[in-house]
Write a protein that binds this ligand. Structure first.
Ligand SMILES: [Ca+2]
Ligand SMILES: [Ca+2]
Ligand SMILES: [Ca+2]
Length: 214
């Protein structure tokens, strides 16, 4: 075995031990600094650079796409907080909203996907609704659920760091009126991992769990 191969295997085994030591393939965070440390590399959009009223189908700052809202015709939109209400704890005046007309009802959850050829490894955002609890859910390529994680009520950071590649993230109100401004979105994305890498991590996990069971 070449030394580079040994290094790769060692790194893989270490990664597997981290993954296997947790009960799930993804971890939720309510602390922005802890999420950032776990995500490693990430980008960040405070939505201040977009004019108020802009609908976003794609966000090059975060390397993600946004699906149409439930009405089938509008995308989530950047809005001025003076129109959406909510806590003023964060700097700036722009938020990201699942509506376009500032009146109930809302237009459904945010559905966030990686750009073509990419996966999402971690995603975080601030709940700035003032009256909502938000749920973040991560999904595999076959749309099966990886992990679900709830924000604190009213205000605060919440995010997921996933060991499994994420192909879709949903953010939905689970308490409150479902009209849910969010802000300061963070994302970590990368190219789609090689199947051999995933297979190796999975195999290392099985070996480790077997050893633990003995
Ligand atoms: Ca903002
Ligand atoms: Ca509305
Ligand atoms: Ca609300």
């Amino acid at each position: 075995m070449r030394s580079s191969q040994f290094g790769w295997v060692f790194t893989g085994a270490f990664a597997a031990s981290v993954i296997c030591s947790s009960s799930a393939w993804a971890t939720g965070y309510l602390d922005q600094s802890n999420w950032q440390a776990a995500a490693g590399t990430w980008t960040f959009d405070d939505f201040e650079s977009w004019p108020a009223g802009t609908q976003l189908s794609t966000n090059p700052i975060l390397s993600v796409n946004y699906d149409l809202l439930n009405d089938g015709v509008t995308y989530p939109s950047v809005q001025d907080r003076s129109n959406t209400g909510g806590p003023t704890d964060l700097p700036g005046t722009h938020v990201f909203l699942n509506d376009i007309d500032f009146s109930l009802p809302d237009r459904g959850p945010f559905s966030i996907r990686p750009l073509a050829g990419q996966v999402i490894n971690a995603l975080g955002a601030y709940n700035v609704g003032g009256d909502d609890t938000l749920q973040m859910r991560t999904y595999r390529a076959d749309n099966s659920l990886i992990e679900s994680f709830d924000s604190l009520p009213s205000f605060g950071f919440f995010g997921i760091v996933s060991a499994e590649p994420v192909y879709r993230v949903m953010i939905e109100g689970t308490a409150g009126n479902q009209y849910i401004p969010i802000d300061n979105m963070f994302a970590s994305t990368s190219g789609i991992p090689e199947p051999t890498t995933l297979a190796f991590l999975g195999a290392a996990c099985v070996v480790m769990l077997r050893r633990r069971a003995n």
